[in-house]
Design a protein around this ligand. Structure first.
Ligand code: ZN
Ligand code: ZN
Length: 419
């Protein structure tokens, strides 16, 4: 896939929108770091940002290029938390002389550099150190503010640089997480189609196809990824970047995040609220993809739709308060604003049930997904050992309430609650 053909000025699309992406260059190859001086030409003051680990694996090579004015390496050994303190530290290094931040890292470093460069209204590049998540090319910066997980809307990098020699040596758990995040797109792409059918939500076939072809390219690579094959790791990175670009093209997260992500966010948020454990993002997404596919299969087996349905506000609100603790008010306010509990979805389901079933049946079977994930060491018993039945069931019923996005979780909730 030629990623660079997706970049640049907006082009008209059959879906009625024009799609553009502000990223100027994506370089995923052996020795990609050598391309940085050329890409950074024209900038007057470069600030490099890394943490101790990413400095060791790649930052020192970027430093050796000698193109920077300043370098900031987080002092803490171990994970940096992307909170007010961390972004304040970077921001304090952005003097009048700095017009480009080059972040070296994956999740946290790229979120921080994305956000600070946005606040300071300057450009940033990201030098990726792990193919672990799909945020590289997206506008969202996942941060912790007031101890809560929030996603700030920021901007995309001007360049994404990924050296396959660095990526392939990333911790295996991060590579597996990236694989999970990509295979999970089967679920979110299906939710997008479902929402277009049920809610008349905007849908773009060509962005859908773009994402799906990247998923299909990555799907057979599990064995090669475990062997740290450079080409396979490069293909995974490409798919992760494509996911970010796909989000930029349509202007929302639909092509890359659906019910499987909502479940993963539920595990993460309740983990933070309850001080309980949770898996790295892409690994939660992988397990959750199996779960949401089981829901689709359960729905497909239904012989008859319920005769009626009524929203039990009191029960719902009590459960939201019990599960979301101090975040409950925000969740309730969001759903009051959305008004989907008041909408007559049952009539829509009746009218379109055959088409709905046709959409639901497009995702690979849950058994097939389980097999794919077990090839990279992710088995469902590990998932249940972490969360237990109850938490998984709670996620299935209440993760959707965190979001303003329709998905199979809404369909499943109505059918379950009515029966
Ligand atoms: Zn389109
Ligand atoms: Zn993800």
């Amino acid at each position: 896939m030629d990623i660079n053909s997706l970049l640049g000025a907006p082009k008209a699309c059959e879906c009625g929108k024009t799609h553009g992406c502000d990223i100027k260059s994506v370089v995923i190859e052996k020795n990609a770091v050598a391309k940085i001086p050329e890409l950074a030409k024209g900038y007057k003051g470069v600030l490099l940002v890394a943490d101790r680990n990413t400095y060791r694996v790649c930052g020192k090579d970027v430093e050796a290029l000698g193109i920077h004015k300043d370098i900031f390496v987080f002092e803490e050994e171990g994970l940096v938390i992307p909170n007010e303190k961390a972004w304040g530290e970077i921001q304090s290094r952005v003097t009048d002389e700095i017009d480009l931040i080059i972040g070296i890292g994956s999740g946290v470093i790229q979120d921080l550099c994305k956000y600070v460069s946005f606040l300071c209204k300057i450009d940033y590049f990201i030098v990726a150190t792990a193919p672990s998540m799909d945020g590289y090319a997206s506008v969202g910066a996942a941060m912790i503010a007031n101890d809560m997980k929030v996603t700030f809307s920021a901007h995309v990098p001007k360049a994404i640089i990924a050296d396959t020699e660095v990526l392939k040596d990333a911790p295996m758990e991060m590579i597996v997480a990236g694989y999970g995040d990509i295979i999970g797109k089967y679920s979110c792409l299906n939710d997008w189609k479902l929402s277009a059918l049920v809610n008349g939500e905007y849908f773009c076939q060509s962005v859908y196809d773009l994402m799906m072809s990247a998923v299909k390219a990555v799907r057979p690579l599990s064995k090669k990824l475990l062997e740290r094959d450079g080409e396979a790791v490069g293909a995974l990175m490409e798919a992760l970047v494509v996911a970010g670009i796909a989000m930029s093209l349509v202007g929302n997260s639909r092509p890359a995040s659906g019910s499987e992500h909502h479940l993963s966010h539920y595990f993460e948020i309740t983990g933070i609220l309850e001080n309980a454990g949770y898996f790295p993002h892409g690994i939660d997404v992988a397990y959750s993809t199996v779960i949401t596919e089981r829901l689709r299969e359960e729905l497909l087996a239904i012989k008859e739709l319920p005769a009626s349905w009524e929203f039990d506000r009191e029960k719902w609100e009590n459960n939201i308060r019990a599960l979301y603790h101090r975040a409950a008010d925000g969740v309730i306010a969001l759903q009051d604003k959305m008004g989907w509990y008041q909408k007559d979805y049952l009539s829509i389901y009746r009218e379109k049930w055959a088409e709905i079933c046709a959409v639901l049946s497009e995702v690979p079977a849950s058994k097939e997904l389980e097999e794919l994930f077990s090839e990279v060491g992710l088995t469902m018993d590990k998932f249940y050992a972490m969360y237990g039945e109850k938490k998984v069931n709670d996620a299935v019923m209440y993760a959707k309430d965190l979001k303003d996005r329709y998905s199979v979780l809404w369909l499943y909730d109505l059918i379950k609650e009515a029966n």
